[in-house]
Write a protein that binds this ligand. Structure first.
Ligand code: PRX
Length: 648
């Protein structure tokens, strides 16, 4: 592995920011970090003490069955109580919890008192439809307040939520619903995206056709109290949320949960064809998202915090809902596209709602750069005090643009590295402390002890990222597949380190530079897509004999997908029609966002003599790099013909 990035600019936290930050000196960070590593029991015990527990834990960490770690063993709590009730009854009852804007410009505000009422009512509707603690519920909603409300309502009564990003196809819904045996699907009559309405309910109808486990589909109207959008309802199964809500009380006590009870499943792509249900539990995830939000976003009483992710991904779970709300923060939520009605929309939202913290993905930043400075220059953005990025490595050029154009050279940038599996951020600057370098996620958060290793387990400057000891937010497993959990994350280095699947470099200051995945997972616009997943979709087509999908650098998306497709019979060229069919198949089986940039039809693929496709060579072809070693190829001529096809 090679890291070609050399960046030596350093940006210190502005003095004005440092002065009021929760943590404001490198010495304090180092001391807290040392303590968190040497004595995790007392560090995390203290952190958890800021939250509400019905019963205090007996032990902070039980690692006797590693890698199946348990945190806050014996403790009983409820994360919805911590995120909502704690604020709804005190002097923050009137504080804004959610400030929401729809794509067409409609707005809603929920105070913490409103949120408690809405969540309780939602929870009572779930109960009235037979949902009990431990049941799993799939949620397929647009970015409307009810998405956050539904998630919190599940947590309130101990139902396990499995949120499915509303861009996934019917087939993906089916796979996830069946894998988790979800008893209910919560969806909506529609949501706005780039000026059109997403027909969510009909996608769900198609998705659950063969899912006998689903007893009810609960349909939330996009416009509460207003006009409903057109959708078909099935008498014995489908229920309008507003009608059910009218008949229940808005008082619903929180269920006392064991710290290790399952809070949610979230499916993510790995290096096999089947997405995996990542398991997170109540106590550890709660404490970890609470503390990371507090320190990494330096949340203060009057912040208006905006994370642009969708709640359908882990970023939205941890840093729209659970983290900021457990800190009693005001969260801005936006339904639609960043360039609707024009590419100034995000900046208009920042000014209009006076957002102080803005957290987005590098792919969005690169899109803004492409749309032109005039859109961002039109707005003041003077409410902003902190910026963040997540989802993929940020190129220094995009970092500098973000720093100058959005942050006006005044706002620190926290480049946060983490994953669905880690529950919360593991590597990030602390904004009042850490000198930042464009492109580096800098240093570990408390309790995180990372290293860069070679396969033999020796520390190297560039190699595989590894995490030495567990932290409270670590995944507890893969739903229904303990073996895959062990194989995927714990098979290297005698199981002594968590292996995230990323490569990294460590510089002389000890800063981490995450360079990207080292497995067959591609990060497209911050969405994780397994190449094997796409390959298995392609080979379902009767004309396709074999296929290899690779990730290639992409100017806006970070990475794009290229599929090399070997057709059955003698047809080596494929038609545009077939290309369309394959694209449609991907949209149908996974979702539109997973469609490849390019499909190359070929009569052959470069293979070793034992028949293994040499993806490394395909990558060289796609990136125009000098070809690596071709001596092991069964037929070296294949590469030349592919090169010609790729560039034509
Ligand atoms: O490769 C890393 C990349 O995104 C992967 C995790 O994807 P996902 O589980 O979908 O979660 C995304 C949001 C947390 C990682 O394995 N990644 C995420 N953040 C960064 C990153 N790569 C470099 N720098 C980051 N800040």
């Amino acid at each position: 592995m090679e890291s070609v990035l050399h960046e030596d600019r350093v940006f210190n936290p502005p003095e004005s920011f440092r002065k009021t930050a929760h943590i404001n000196s490198m010495e304090a960070y180092r001391e807290m970090h040392r303590k968190s590593i040497e004595d995790p029991e007392s560090f995390w015990g203290e952190a958890a003490g800021s939250l509400h527990w019905y019963r205090k834990w007996d032990r902070v960490l039980d690692d006797s069955e590693a890698p199946f770690f348990k945190w806050f063993v014996g403790g009983r709590t409820n994360i919805c109580h911590n995120a909502v009730d704690r604020w709804a009854e005190g002097d923050k009852a009137g504080k804004k919890a959610i400030v929401w804007e729809g794509e067409p410009g409609d707005q809603r505000v929920l105070t913490y008192a409103d949120l408690k009422r809405e969540v309780s009512r939602f929870a009572n509707v779930l109960k009235s439809l037979g949902i009990r603690k431990g049941d799993t519920i799939a949620i397929y909603l647009p970015m409307i307040p009810e998405l956050a409300v539904a998630v919190l309502a599940c947590a309130r009564i101990g139902a396990v939520h499995s949120v499915i990003f509303a861009g996934f196809s019917a087939e993906s819904i089916k796979d996830r619903v069946l894998d988790a045996s979800s008893k209910m699907v919560i969806t909506g009559d529609g949501g706005w995206r780039r000026g059109s309405v997403l027909p969510l309910k009909s996608v769900v109808d198609q998705g659950v056709r063969e899912c006998d486990c689903v007893e009810h589909v609960l349909v939330v109207p996009r416009n509460p109290g207003g006009e409903r959008m057109e959708c078909e309802m099935q008498d014995d199964r489908d229920v309008w949320y507003d009608e059910a809500a009218a008949t229940v009380s808005d008082d619903c006590p929180c269920e006392e949960m064991d710290a290790e009870d399952l809070l949610f499943l979230l499916y993510t792509s790995g290096s096999t064809g089947k997405p995996k249900g990542i398991m997170h539990t109540v106590g550890g995830y709660g404490v970890y998202t609470y503390l990371t939000s507090k320190y990494i976003f330096d949340l203060q009483e009057d912040d208006v915090y905006w994370c642009t992710a969708d709640i359908g991904w882990i970023t939205g779970h941890s840093y729209i809902v659970y983290g900021p709300m457990q800190n009693g923060s005001t969260v801005l939520m936006y339904e639609g596209a960043p360039n609707h009605p024009d590419p100034g929309r995000f900046w208009d939202l920042v000014d209009k709602h006076q957002a102080t913290i803005f957290y987005t993905a590098p792919t969005a930043i690169r899109a803004f750069m492409k749309w032109g400075d005039e859109w961002v220059d039109k707005y003041k953005l003077d409410s902003l005090r902190l910026l963040g990025t997540v989802g993929e490595p940020i190129n220094p050029e995009a970092w500098m643009w973000y720093h100058r154009k959005v942050g006006k050279e005044r706002c620190p940038i926290v480049d946060t590295w983490w994953q669905t599996e880690t529950g919360g951020v593991l590597l990030s600057p602390l904004p009042g402390v850490t000198p930042t370098k464009p492109g580096s996620a800098t240093l570990p958060f408390f309790g995180v002890d990372p290293a860069v290793l070679n396969p033999a387990g020796e520390e190297v400057s560039t190699g595989l990222l590894a995490i030495r000891q567990p932290w409270p937010g670590i995944l507890r497993g893969i739903w229904g597949d303990a073996e895959r959990f062990k194989q995927t994350y714990w098979c290297n280095w005698d199981g002594k380190y968590y292996f995230p699947g990323d490569g990294a470099r460590r510089d002389d200051d000890g800063y981490f530079w995450v360079v990207g995945r080292v497995d067959d997972v591609v990060n497209v616009s911050g969405h994780r897509i397994g190449t094997a997943e796409l390959e298995s979709v392609f080979v379902e087509h009767s004309n396709v004999a074999e296929c290899a999908v690779i990730g290639v650098p992409h100017e806006i998306k970070g990475q794009g997908l290229v599929a090399f497709v070997l057709l059955r019979g003698t047809d080596a060229d494929g038609s545009d029609e077939l290309r369309k069919e394959l694209n449609n198949l991907v949209a149908e089986k996974i979702g539109k966002f997973a469609r490849p940039e390019k499909i190359i039809f070929s009569a052959d693929l470069p293979k070793t003599r034992s028949g293994k496709i040499m993806r490394r060579l395909l990558r060289d072809i796609a990136t125009g790099n000098a070809l690596g070693n071709v001596t092991t190829l069964a037929d070296p001529g294949v590469v030349e013909s592919l090169k010609k096809k790729y560039s034509s």
